[in-house]
Structures are given as structure tokens and as C-alpha cells.
Design a protein around this ligand. Structure first.
Ligand code: ADP
Length: 456
């Protein structure tokens, strides 16, 4: 009984440490807007990079024709072909193919990587275009989800690789040109018309369907958001002028930090042991890469101190042995005996005899971690609305949402939506629409290419 008392105590302590009271969420909303302003004032003034994207016009549904896109953001890359019809924001058809990048290419040379991608692109075009005229130039949008210092809408230098890529000679190079050169070597008449990160692609797709879309948020393995800012507010690039008077800014909000964020000893340990300590603090509390591991750390401490999970708990000692889709499945287990929880603990963590009381404890830990993540993301979203003056007015505001965590984890989504209403109040929240997409960034990159191709 003493063991259980201690276990419950540890859970309560953790829950208190994760508190996201409405007061705290409001402070975070304010902190987000303050940091966004600082990041717009000068480079390096904030943890938020507030990167210029040079996207100053978004597709509005009038684009026509066939466009390609390439989405490179992880160990897979995908090729899209999108056909558009005028007048009614209609995507007539889209085709997509996914390819695994061979492991050795993640550490090879720039040329090898882009030659591989261009080869797959050429194969794809040869297959899908029944007959194409060699002198007819095709247009491509490149969705590239790594930090880039953008120089124009179609060019930008790679700041650094992440997510397992380590090709030294790409750093500082224009990745759109690397791709363009490789395409040329394949004798393919295709132009890299736009280089965008995944949030910008998503915003473009959201805007194509609904003109009130002003921001996009991706919550998957990592997390980021972008929004439309007026050029006057971008103080760090004085004199920046665009026809629309606005430009999409990529917040890079994964690196947001504020003393108001509810940080526990488990978060500190996770950060210290991560490959990028002191970086991406917001991301480490919110995104799919980390939520499972926070749960694992809490369960491991309870296992060691209280011995309530039976003998076989060694898997809990292994970093990342509990993934976020696994905690989602346990959290959403509504069977009376929590049989899905039992199955996952048994099959994935080799914990064979976990009592039903201990299973309920596991679900509670998943709930605390997920609820905190979703509410913090909600505060970030309201922070953006506040920054652009949409948190107090009655105009309709739409935010495009995407990412495996948001799309695949219904309870996360519910907590997030609920918190947006709580922070804004029922009445104002009625004007805010969160629009969910799948595959949005790739199709969106093709749409940015369409918007800029027709501009020329
Ligand atoms: P990425 O962010 O890697 O480009 P996704 O947006 O598809 O790709 O996100 C994948 C991530 O989302 C996974 O790493 C996982 O953490 C999380 N995820 C995927 N499916 C689910 C799910 N059903 N429940 C919770 N998290 C999920």
C-alpha cells in the first residue's frame, strides 16, 4: 500500500508540475507575441528566428495547369503531380509517390543526394506524362523542411541539416539550385519555381481553399508555424516592399522559450540527454518525437521507486522505447479492462504482468503529457492571432493544421481545440476555424509554384 501511495504521489507531483492553468496559458500567449515582435525587430534578438520566406502572394484558386512538387523533410521524399482547374479552387487530380532515401545517401555528397532525387523525378515524369513536349517547361515547388536562409521565393541557403542528414557540402549552398542542376543533368525541362518549408506549403493549400486562412501549424515529429505578416512590421528588413504588402514569415516556433512554460525534472533530463540541449524547448514539450519519451521517463521513475509494474521494467530504461503513437493508442483505449494498454506494454515493452490499477496509472501519465502539449500548442496559436490583431476582433480567421500528431491523435486535437476556446472565450472563438489537412505541404508547394509561375 505504501508503494501505491508513493506512486500516486509521484503522479500528482508530475501533474502539478505540468499545470497549464488559464492564467499561465495567457502569460504564454503574451510571451509568444513579445518574442515574435523581437524576432521581427532584428536577427538574434529572440529565440524565434522569424524567417522571411519571400512568399508574398498565395494561390487564390484561379491557378490552372499541371504542376509538380517534391517534398523532402525526412528519410522519405515524395513527388506530387497536381492538376488544377480554374474558377472553383478545384484540384482535379493529384498523384503522389513516396520513396525511401537509401541510408548511405544521408551522409554522401550533395550531388549524390540530388542526383538520386532527380533520377526518381525523371522516372516519375516519364511514367505519368503520356507524351510531353520537350520544349514545354514544367514548374516545380520544392517543399524542403530544414532551416533555410531564403534569398528569394525560389532560392535559399541551407543553414544546417537535421533529422539524420549529415552532408557537409550542402551547408550554405542554394538547395533549389542543387536540385535544379541535378534536374538539368537528367535532361528534364523542369524549373524549381518555389522553395518553401512545409508550413508555408500548408498555408498555401489552406489559402487556396479558403481566403481567410492566415496561418499554418504543423505538429508531427517536430513542430513549426508560419503566418502572413505585413511588411511594415518586419523591421529587420527595412524597405522590404511587396505588391501585396505582406509576406509569409516562418516563426520556427519549436525553439520558443519562456519561463512560464511548465518544465518538470523529466523535461530537464530529456533535454540534457538530447542531441540538441537547450534548443527547441517548445518542440520538446509538444511534438511527436518527444511525448512518448516524457511518458516513459515518468513511468520509469515510478517503476524504480515504487515497484508497481511487476518485474520486467528494463525496457522502460531504454530511451525512446515508448513512441508517441503508442501513448496515443493507450490513451485512447476505451475497453473496460484496458486491454490495448496491456497489449502494448506486453508486446512493445515486454512488461508482462501489469495490474489493471497500474494500467490506469499509465493512462493517467499519457493524459497529463498530452494535455499539457495540446494546451501549450493552443497558447502558441492564440499568440499568433494576438500578434496579428485577430484575438480581439470578430473577423473570421482560419488556421491550416497538419502533422501526424495532430491528425492521428484525436484526444490531442480535442484538448487543443478546447484550450483555444478557453483562452479566447466562447464568443471570439467562434470566429476561429482550425482546418485540418493531410499531405498538405507537398500539394501546397505545387500551388506556390503555380501562383509564381502565373505571376511571371
Ligand atoms: P514528419 O513530421 O516526420 O514530417 P508527420 O507529420 O507524418 O511527419 O508526423 C509523424 C509523427 O507524428 C510521428 O513521428 C509520430 O510522432 C506522430 N504520430 C503519427 N501518428 C500518430 C498517432 N496516431 N498518434 C500520435 N502521434 C502520431
Amino acid at each position: 500500500r505504501l508503494r501505491w501511495r508513493r506512486a500516486v504521489e509521484l503522479l500528482r507531483e508530475f501533474e502539478e508540475g505540468c499545470s497549464t492553468s488559464i492564467g499561465r496559458l495567457r502569460q504564454l500567449v503574451d510571451a509568444m507575441t513579445v518574442e515574435m515582435n523581437a524576432g521581427l525587430a532584428s536577427d538574434g534578438a529572440s529565440k524565434l528566428k522569424m524567417l522571411l520566406t519571400f512568399v508574398d502572394c498565395l494561390p487564390d484558386g484561379k491557378e490552372t495547369g499541371t504542376y509538380y512538387a517534391l517534398d523532402l523533410g525526412g528519410t522519405n521524399f515524395r513527388i506530387f503531380r497536381v492538376q488544377l482547374r480554374e474558377k472553383d479552387s478545384m484540384i482535379l487530380m493529384h498523384q503522389v509517390e513516396s520513396y525511401l532515401i537509401p541510408q548511405h545517401l544521408l551522409m554522401a555528397s550533395s550531388k549524390d543526394l540530388f542526383d538520386f532525387i532527380a533520377m526518381k523525378l525523371k522516372d516519375f515524369v516519364d511514367r505519368v506524362e503520356e507524351e510531353y513536349e520537350l520544349d514545354l517547361r514544367m514548374e516545380l515547388g520544392f517543399a524542403f523542411s530544414f532551416p533555410v536562409r531564403q534569398i528569394s521565393v525560389s532560392s535559399g541557403a541551407l543553414i544546417r541539416w537535421t533529422k539524420g542528414f549529415a552532408i557537409a557540402d550542402t551547408i550554405g549552398k542554394d538547395v533549389a539550385q542543387c536540385l535544379g542542376d541535378a534536374i538539368e543533368r537528367r535532361m528534364l525541362n523542369m524549373h524549381v519555381t518555389a522553395l518553401v518549408n512545409n508550413t508555408v506549403g500548408l498555408l498555401a493549400l489552406g489559402h487556396y481553399y479558403d481566403k481567410d486562412t492566415v496561418a499554418a501549424v504543423v505538429i508531427g515529429t517536430g513542430t513549426n508555424a508560419c503566418y502572413i505578416e505585413s511588411t511594415e512590421a518586419i523591421i529587420k528588413s527595412q524597405g522590404l516592399h511587396t505588391d501585396s504588402g505582406g509576406m509569409v514569415v516562418s516563426i520556427e516556433w519549436g525553439n520558443f522559450w519562456s519561463t512560464h512554460l511548465p518544465k518538470t525534472s523529466y523535461d530537464i533530463a530529456l533535454d540534457v540527454e538530447s542531441s540538441n540541449p537547450h534548443d527547441q524547448g517548445f518542440e520538446k514539450m509538444i511534438s511527436g518525437m518527444y511525448l512518448g519519451d516524457i511518458v516513459r521517463r515518468v513511468l520509469y521513475r515510478i517503476a524504480v521507486e515504487c515497484d508497481v509494474f511487476g518485474d520486467a521494467v528494463c525496457c522502460l530504461a531504454v530511451p525512446f522505447s515508448l513512441s508517441t503513437p503508442m501513448i496515443a493508442a493507450m490513451h485512447e483505449d476505451d475497453s473496460p479492462e484496458l486491454s490495448e494498454v496491456a497489449r502494448i506494454l506486453r508486446e512493445d515493452l515486454h512488461m508482462l504482468e501489469v495490474s489493471s490499477r497500474a494500467r490506469r496509472l499509465v493512462v493517467s501519465v499519457c493524459d497529463v503529457v498530452t494535455r499539457r502539449a495540446a494546451r501549450l500548442a493552443a497558447a502558441g496559436i492564440v499568440g499568433i492571432l494576438k500578434k496579428i490583431g485577430r484575438a480581439e476582433d470578430n473577423s473570421r480567421t482560419v488556421i491550416a493544421m497538419e502533422g501526424g500528431l495532430y491528425v492521428g491523435y484525436a484526444l490531442f486535437r480535442e484538448y487543443l481545440n478546447e484550450a483555444v476556446i478557453e483562452i479566447l472565450g466562447e464568443e471570439l472563438a467562434q470566429n476561429v476555424v482550425l482546418n485540418m489537412f493531410e499531405d498538405g505541404s507537398g500539394i501546397g508547394a505545387a500551388l506556390v509554384a503555380a501562383a509564381y509561375a502565373s505571376k511571371r
